[in-house]
Design a protein around this ligand. Structure first.
Ligand SMILES: Cc1cc2nc3c(=O)[nH]c(=O)nc-3n(C[C@H](O)[C@H](O)[C@H](O)COP(=O)(O)OP(=O)(O)OC[C@H]3O[C@@H](n4cnc5c(N)ncnc54)[C@H](O)[C@@H]3O)c2cc1C
Length: 403
């Protein structure tokens, strides 16, 4: 792949940078700078999604016929780079990156017509109801039950760690429709049109960083239409796994975000005195550690460019697990590097100053404000979307099968 950009691509870069410099509102910019998770502040994130939709840029990774941009690999990468340079809030992954691509691949024509346009426009936001208490890594053991009743299912049970369920207006979920045979054989994939069905209750969970990002969702005789089923009854395990490929493989590259974290760390290190004299950025030990991390991020960036260019590596069954493992560990390492630069400056708990629109002045710099919540939040990157221990198992099994 050519890494020297042509004049046309440089013109495209200027067009994107110009749009990013003018289109976002001040609140959207503030939300981007204060994002300390994969999940940006909800209201500003959805407002920005709608602006991108108006421009035709909400879903660069979708096929053009469904509203994608039809950009080349280079254009997609340039877009992602400029996006992060402008510190804009990342769009939420569950709708555009998971259920949208799943429906494009496996949905019926009715489901596509009903659900894809509001996802693209940023009118709908979907929560992911997979995990249950006791069924995380061993997801196929899930027990939230759906019993057929006429044209409906009646759901009883609960889900946990459902990210942003308190903001969602729709939810995709796995339910148990049979206990006969293998546990994988009795699972069904359902689309729920509402989060306020009678008998459905969403309770937020506060994370280590002090924010309610995940939720518990309870179902007490919740009646939902069977028309929301994707695939056949009891065949939902293969649908669920197909979605996980999108979740782990990633329609969006992680390396531009990592590069931006490193840039911010490097800038801050240039203004932070080292205990050994001079600035931290000039300290040889710091430079060595920073350089190692930067080299690993650059390697990931090459891997991601190969993947979005359709290189055969992305078709390797182990690729989604490999990609997830590498980028989740790099996010954690970047957050450690940022905390190292902030030092005690990052220790103050400043939840109010972090709120978008707050009039509370942060103690220290904006960099200090975000480092500790980012560090705490990123402890979860090696757990969600399937823990890294389990991903390593999957990689090993895939290699053994191919040997
Ligand atoms: C921030 C966050 C957001 C999340 N968002 C969502 C969401 O939106 N929707 C959703 O459905 N779920 C979500 N999850 C749940 C997530 O998918 C699970 O937490 C994850 O799959 C691990 O399951 P568990 O928490 O039950 O841990 P367990 O499965 O109990 O694992 C505990 C430990 O044992 C290890 N372990 C388990 N099995 C094996 C094995 N076979 N080999 C080696 N080690 C093993 C694990 O690696 C882990 O260290 C989220 C989780 C987090 C933390």
């Amino acid at each position: 792949m050519n890494v020297e950009f042509s004049p046309e691509l440089e013109a495209f870069r200027r067009e994107v940078a110009e749009f990013f410099a003018t289109a976002p509102t001040p609140a959207i910019r503030e939300a981007g700078r204060k994002t300390t998770s994969v999940f940006a502040p909800f209201d500003q994130c959805m407002a920005w999604h709608q602006i991108l939709y108006q421009k035709g840029w909400a879903a660069p990774h979708w096929p053009k016929e469904y509203g994608g941009t039809g950009w080349s690999v280079e254009q997609r990468f340039i877009f992602a780079e400029e996006y992060r340079k402008a510190d804009l809030p990342p769009l939420l992954p569950q709708s555009l990156g998971m259920v949208g691509p799943l429906l494009i691949d496996l949905g019926t024509e009715e489901q596509k017509a009903k659900y894809l346009p509001p996802i693209l426009k940023g009118e709908d936001f979907w929560a992911q109801g997979y995990s249950e208490p006791g069924s995380g890594s061993d997801l196929a053991s899930l027990s939230c039950r759906a019993e057929a009743d006429g044209d409906d299912y009646i759901i009883n049970g609960s889900k946990i760690w459902t990210t942003y369920a308190h903001h969602a207006n729709r939810m995709f979920m796995l339910v148990r429709t049979s206990t006969d045979g293998k546990k994988q054989a009795g699972i069904t994939f359902l689309l729920l049109d509402r989060m306020d069905y009678p008998g459905m209750e969403v309770r937020p969970i506060y994370g280590l960083d002090g924010f309610p990002e995940q939720c518990e969702v309870f179902f007490d005789n919740v009646r939902v239409p069977q028309s929301g089923r994707v695939g056949e009854e009891n065949q939902g395990w293969s649908v669920a796994k197909h979605l996980l490929k999108h979740e782990r493989g990633g329609g969006n590259a992680a390396s531009p975000t990592l590069m931006r974290y490193l840039e911010r760390a490097r800038e801050a290190a240039g203004q932070t005195p080292s205990p050994f004299g001079g600035m931290l950025a000039d300290d040889p030990v710091f430079q060595r550690d920073f350089g190692e991390l930067e080299a690993d991020v650059i390697s990931l960036s090459h891997l991601e460019k190969l993947a979005i260019s359709g290189h055969e590596i992305a078709r390797d069954p182990a690729f989604p697990s490999m990609n997830k493992t590498i980028n989740s560990e790099l996010i954690q390492r970047a957050s450690v590097m940022m905390s190292r630069v902030s030092g005690v400056g990052g220790l103050a708990r400043q939840l109010e100053a972090l709120r978008v629109g707050s009039n509370v002045e942060p103690q220290g710099s904006e960099f200090d404000l975000i480092t500790m919540p980012l560090y705490l939040n990123s402890r979860a990157t090696t757990i969600y979307a399937g823990s890294n221990e389990v991903q390593r198992d999957l990689i090993a099994r895939s290699l053994a099968a191919g040997a």
